[in-house]
Design a protein around this ligand. Structure first.
Ligand code: DGJ
Length: 732
């Protein structure tokens, strides 16, 4: 009898211990030196082997039992050409010893010694954060690996601090944020985003073979050419099925992600500062932090992976997180007026925008200095008195009286040679002494790594924001770096420019936001040239692309949504014909733009009464669904890449509303549109349906979640560039 009681007590104790241990996001088995990091959606395990090397043990679906993890034993060499280190999945390998893959860190000491072999030194756990210290086997080169677990979000972040605790200077040749390891195997498939100006975030999918695939920017900003995001699957993942490992690097300068398959069925992803033209000296006592590299695993396809990232960005990355407001409907003057801005013209547009229901009126380029075209004025952040005789005050008051906030375009990092700023400070641009200074769009890049430049930019923007009721800056950046010299820093230090520039950019924005807590910022770099989780920590939305042609936008937006939340994705309705000479109906353009943060970029002076009536209706509809679009879950139902019909669905976080957007490219042979099966609804609930334009063929009466998800809806989409939307309200 007593025995039974004892057994019961012990087993219930064990249960308590197991379940409370499971609730911890970071568990440490001290005896075996193993850590298990767990979120609701995934786990990540690392351990120290008997040689002191820190090794990756696992990344995938959630694990609950630490005892399952094997002892971390050193590997034996396969041959003298295949050393053990190559197979050991070292968590943060230095370039040293017998390591030939992409290292996480590489250095040169003052005496020329370049060998770096890192061993485990100590660890510290604080809530959801884990720090692991590594040290070189020979001297005091210290590396701290930082891990943050986001237990509700399915995301783990990694970064590193490299510290020179030796007595002599050394130089870093490579400093990465993390190396991630996929489970050993073949047949992996890489998904990544590439593009160029006006053709950003195009989706690529390709098999991973032995060798390296490099995604990178060498341009100084994040760049249109690759976006610092990846997703990897077994080659079998689809939108809503299959395992997907993914990651996003938070850096807005030169970055690199190397996806590498070694000859040992080992797929490694290493990312951080681009090693190209990289050289970062550290004096004794100095340290450098590498950017955050966020990553996760989703069991249910690329859609699920995107939804994890979207929620994480909305609630953990964007300024204000959960407390930030949904994005207002904005008007932007650029496509309507280009540089020809003046007070009466802007007032005329503002009057019309307000009538449509616009909430934020943004004046774009052309309002300052001698900025009548792109050849002059950049750098001179003073209001042009001929265009705005009373400064900005009159226009802003008018806009505010109409019930709208006011936003202003700036391009603080740039200077036209034809500007007062450049005439005063020709040494403020990045340059190699005596060499040509390559212009693009007639402009040069200020060297933000310089303290005086940083201060000038802060002061200029602070003055504008202090003297005017400016709610929003559209922060543009219209060219990549060239001749990235910093003569004043001297040859040993001048390559720090790549890093210091970005850190100073971040610092200016952080300081501005601290001083003007209501100020919002849009990141623009000739469209989507600066979109990454580093800038997104400090801006509220991004300009997705200068390509506002609605059909092209469907593809750009689909790519964008792989990595970034719809709330971030600024999308305007503009005039036609647009890029490609294409004309699409106004409703089509609206519905495309309503899938993100809606804006209007058209010349409203050219709109007919009919256009204005449709615009007013669409903006009102958008306001009734924007919580769902901006804060809900996105399901990409039919892709414009593979289908004649594109369909995207958004479900509100409380499950009460869903919205379906559908677009037809070009009907052939009178073929009807396919049934569209909804996702993310409650099978047992019933939903009222409301179609924007009567193109829903099914019964309008309430329909069950089961019917909508398994039978789908049928839409009467005909001809070229037809479109519709259906709103679903859950019947209480
Ligand atoms: C590039 C941006 O992407 C456009 O929206 C516009 O702001 C222009 N620059 C202005 O020069």
């Amino acid at each position: 009898m007593h025995h039974w009681v004892a057994v019961l007590v012990i087993s219930s104790l064990a249960l308590v211990t197991e379940s409370s241990a499971n609730a911890q996001s970071i568990r440490y088995d001290e005896a075996r030196h193993i850590w298990l990091l767990t979120t609701k959606q995934n786990s990540y395990a690392i351990g120290v082997d008997s040689n002191g090397a820190l090794r990756n043990l696992y990344w995938g679906a959630p694990l609950w039992r630490m005892d399952d993890l094997p002892p971390v034993l050193p590997r034996r060499e396969l041959s003298s050409f295949d050393p053990p280190q190559m197979m050991e999945n070292e968590e943060f390998p230095g370039w040293g010893g017998t390591r030939y893959f992409e290292p996480a860190i590489k250095m040169t000491r003052a005496d020329g010694d370049r060998d770096l072999v890192l061993k485990y030194a100590s660890q510290k756990i604080l809530g959801d954060k884990l720090d692991i210290d590594l040290k070189d086997i020979h001297d005091e080169v210290d590396v701290t690996l930082h891990y943050t677990v986001y237990p509700d979000y399915g995301i783990i972040s990694r970064s590193a601090t490299v510290r020179n605790s030796t007595a002599a200077p050394f130089t870093l040749d490579s400093a990465q944020s993390a190396t991630w390891y996929l489970p050993p195997g073949d047949g992996y498939q890489l998904t990544y985003l590439s593009g160029r100006w006006a053709a950003e975030t195009q989706i690529n999918r390709e098999p991973i073979h032995e060798g390296d695939k490099v995604l990178e920017s060498r341009k100084g900003h994040t760049s249109h050419n690759f976006n610092p995001w990846f997703a990897i699957d077994h080659g079998d993942a689809a939108e809503e099925s299959g395992s997907v490992w993914f990651g996003a690097l938070a850096w807005s300068g030169n970055w690199r992600i190397t996806v590498e398959q070694t000859p040992y069925r080992q797929v490694r992803v290493t990312g951080g500062f681009n090693t190209f033209d990289f050289q970062y000296p550290l004096n004794p006592g100095e340290s450098v932090d590498t950017p955050e590299f966020y990553a996760g695993y989703a069991a249910n396809g690329r859609g699920a992976a995107s939804r994890l990232l979207h929620r994480f960005e909305r609630e953990q990355i964007l300024p204000g997180g959960l407390t930030s407001r949904t994005r207002p409907v904005l008007y932007n003057s650029w496509e309507a007026t280009t540089f020809n801005v003046n007070e009466p013209g802007q007032i005329q547009l503002a009057d019309k925008a307000a009538k449509l229901g616009v909430e934020l009126f943004v004046m774009d380029d052309g309002w300052f200095g001698k900025r009548n075209n792109d050849r002059a004025g950049l750098g001179d952040w003073v209001v042009n008195p001929a265009k705005f005789p009373q400064g900005l005050t009159g226009l802003i008051k008018h806009v505010n009286d109409l019930g709208m906030d006011f936003g202003l375009w700036v391009e603080p990092e740039m200077v036209n040679p034809d500007s007062d700023l450049y005439r005063r400070h020709p040494d403020w641009v990045m340059n190699f002494a005596g060499r040509p200074r390559s212009e693009l769009r007639n402009q040069l890049v200020l060297n933000l790594a310089r303290d005086d430049v940083k201060e000038y930019i802060f002061q200029s923007l602070d003055k504008l924001a202090s003297e005017n009721n400016i709610k929003y800056f559209k922060w543009d950046m219209n060219r990549p770096f060239a001749e990235p010299g910093w003569p004043e820093a001297g040859p040993a230090n001048e390559r720090k420019l790549w890093i210091t520039y970005v850190r100073n950019l971040y610092e200016i924005i952080d300081r501005l936001r601290r001083k003007h807590p209501k100020l919002e910022i849009e990141s623009c770099s000739g469209g989507g040239g600066r979109v990454d989780l580093g800038i997104l920590r400090r801006v509220d939305e991004v300009w997705t692309s200068d390509n506002t042609e609605a059909f092209d936008r469907l593809r750009i937006q689909e790519g964008f949504s792989q990595a970034y939340a719809p709330k971030i994705m600024s999308a305007w309705v503009t005039d036609v014909p647009n890029q490609n000479g294409r004309s699409t109906p106004l409703q089509y353009r609206f519905l495309v733009a309503m899938q993100g943060a809606l804006g209007i970029g058209a010349n409203l002076n050219h709109w007919t009464d009919h256009d204005a009536a449709l615009g007013t209706k669409m903006i009102a509809l958008y306001k009734s669904i924007r919580n769902t679009v901006q804060l809900g879950d996105l399901y990409r139902l039919l892709s414009p890449i593979t289908n004649d019909v594109t369909a995207n669905q958004y479900v509100s976080s409380d499950g009460k509303q869903a919205v379906l957007f559908a677009f037809r490219h070009s009907q052939e042979f009178n073929t009807p549109a396919p049934a569209i099966l909804l996702h993310g609804l409650d099978e047992k609930a019933v939903y009222r349906l409301e179609s924007v334009d009567g193109k829903l063929i099914d019964r309008q009466g309430p329909l069950s979640g089961a019917y909508l998800m398994h039978n789908g809806v049928h839409l009467n989409l005909r001809g070229d560039f037809d479109s519709t939307a259906v709103v679903f309200e859950r019947v209480p």
